[in-house]
Write a protein that binds this ligand. Sequence first.
Ligand SMILES: [Zn+2]
Length: 283
Amino acid sequence: MSDYDNAVFRLATAQEAEPEDYTGEDGLLYCGSCRQPKEAYFAEGKTLFGRDRHPKECDCQRKRREMLETADREHKHREEVERLKRIGFTDPAMREWTFGNDNGKCPQMAKARAYVEQWEQIKDGNHGMILWGEVGTGKSYFAGCIANALMEKEVSVSMTNFALILNDLAASYKDRNEYIARLCSFPLLILDDFGMERGTEYGLEQVYNVIDSRYRSRKPLIVTTNLTLEELQNPEDTPHARIYDRLIEMCSPVCITGENFRKAKAREKMEQLKMLLNRKESL
Ligand SMILES: [Zn+2]
């Protein structure tokens, strides 16, 4: 049945009465719990298939319908977020890098929240970031929080790195352009651990290719790197200069100075082990 037929069918169907429903003074069926009419007359004595009235939602029926619609919307939203995380993250661990799980030790985290909150303007202005700073300060975590929060808003993000990209490009000899076009189709692209891929002329050419394609797509890019700003500003040779110049043009540097996560974690483990060993001693 078409939507139109469905609508006519609904109008022509008698409202089903619940045991507690009653007929009002106007002759219409009323709901026994909210005391609102469950029927209405057609205008000016018109009829449909011999009936002078059509069903109408009472308050409880409307509330029930709205509740189902909300649940349905929420279900669809969760499915979409799940899909985005599946296609957007190259490592399932990245799903855990959220504002909710943040330990509060990275002083710049407010900037990540602001990036997400201002996303519409960020996107329109094509504002990227280079997240730099010492090893283990939470640069990837910072970027992962942005990715997760945007995905929760149903914005499609890809978070990957050049080690994987170069692997994929080497494997997909024919579809390289398609592969890069796909990377550029994401409203936000995050390249984690940039600068670890020291490399061959071929590798650098591919890196430039990806960065330049992203540049031409006019969409924002976030890069995390262990390179210092000084290293980025003083490239060792022309192939690196080409890449870094593009990056600096697209991305504003943000220095991340969080406590060294890995060192802190190692210290914590050492403390735990010490406790375990001491306990053993006292037994
Ligand atoms: Zn009711």
